[in-house]
Write a protein that binds this ligand. Structure first.
Ligand SMILES: [Zn+2]
Length: 381
């Protein structure tokens, strides 16, 4: 059996103290930390001082007189939310989005610019120069943990290569097109995984689910035990390539009639702006309503069939999610009953809690998560 060293115990204690304050976020009384974590006063004091020196936390005195004991103002601690930050960059066919997030996953700064994707050195240079400007404007260069690049492609386990990127025609792309130009750790993130990570971040109670990302293209993520399962060949949850209709339209994957060709934003809107399209749907205009009902039919069929394989929650996310009404969800349940022998209650389809910036933020989150998992562990003596 491996023995646990005093340094490891000390590191675990420091980590626990940090996370206790992190969860309380602001004005966490010092007295409560020792009491709740069952640690001695000197232990707590030492770790707090060390973390304060590192800039991880800051102290103040609680001003609320009622909370003080015997008239003394207790010492309280808060996490320095911007002590470390991460960047998420979403690469789309016609645009790039950038977000900086703090340790609570909150967006500190967001920017979007239009540019046509090209798998060329010039393109990567121009994106990196915008990222460098963005970082400069934050003035927090030394605090950046890393930059996640989300794009529409399957990503290798180590996040360093696009192993399937037919939408952007970038299969085989290596992360070094960014790391050569940016002085920070970088990794790729499969777009729906980024969206699912954001969902997990804002839903602490969420354990298992299938996340359907309905942005430009259809995508999915399989969440099990709060982890995203990518599978042996990294293509778990690529429902978009299940056949929806034989001899349907040509999918970017080269096959015909995939769900991508009937259940994605590009297939639904055909170049129209979503606000305009859904205004027409809600006004009952026949052509738009017909197109939307057709979309719901295929989505209902897809969820019904997936529900036979994985009996779990289905989360509808992506750019189209905010446009769904309760009636639309009821239509999906109706198809669930039609296509399967089970008539469960209407309790397994829900809308994403985070419909905007979810992919850009999700691309940054792996760095924040990894920091929070390890904070304090290696710095304690
Ligand atoms: Zn396909």
């Amino acid at each position: 059996m491996k023995r646990i060293t005093p340094e490891q115990i000390s590191g675990t204690n420091r980590h626990m103290i940090y996370m206790y304050i992190y969860r309380g976020r602001n004005n966490v009384p010092q007295q409560k930390i020792g009491y709740e974590l069952k640690m001695s006063r000197p232990t707590v004091t030492n770790h707090l001082s060390a973390m304060e020196e590192e800039g991880l936390i800051s102290r103040s005195t609680w001003d609320n007189q009622e909370s003080g004991e015997w008239g003394r103002k207790p010492l309280v601690w808060s996490v320095e939310a911007e002590c470390k930050i991460a960047l998420g960059v979403e690469i789309l066919k016609h645009a790039v989005k950038i977000a900086a997030v703090n340790l609570y996953g909150e967006v500190m700064k967001y920017s979007r610019f239009l540019t046509e994707y090209e798998n060329t050195e010039d393109y990567y240079e121009s994106v990196c120069s915008v990222v460098r400007e963005f970082i400069k404007s934050l003035g927090l260069e030394a605090r950046i943990l890393g930059i996640g690049f989300a794009l529409q492609g399957l990503v290798s386990e180590d996040g360093k290569e696009i192993i399937y990127g037919e939408i952007l025609k970038c299969t085989g792309l290596k992360i070094d097109v960014f790391t050569r130009r940016l002085d920070y750790p970088c990794r790729f993130v499969h777009e729906p995984d980024g969206a699912a990570l954001s969902e997990l971040w804002v839903s602490p109670e969420l354990k298992d689910a299938i996340y359907l990302s309905m942005s430009e293209h259809l995508g999915g993520a399989l969440i099990s035990g709060r982890k995203i399962l990518n599978g042996q060949h990294r293509h778990s949850a690529t429902f978009e390539h299940i056949t929806a209709c034989r001899n349907g339209e040509l999918c970017y994957c080269g096959k015909k009639g995939c769900f991508e060709t009937v259940c994605s934003k590009v297939a639904l809107l055909r170049g129209e702006e979503p606000d305009e399209f859904f205004a027409r749907v809600r006004e009952g205009e026949a052509e738009a309503s017909g197109r939307w009902q057709n979309f719901l039919k295929y989505l209902g069929k897809l969820i019904a069939h997936l529900h036979l394989v994985v009996d779990t929650k289905y989360i509808l996310g992506g750019h189209l999610a905010p446009y769904f009404t309760e009636e639309d969800i009821a239509v999906l349940y109706e198809y669930g009953r039609k296509f399967t022998p089970f008539s469960e209650g209407e309790d397994y389809i829900q809308l994403s809690k985070m419909p905007s910036h979810n992919i850009t933020v999700g691309a940054a989150l792996p760095y924040i998560m990894s920091f929070l998992e390890n904070v304090g562990r290696n710095s304690a003596q």
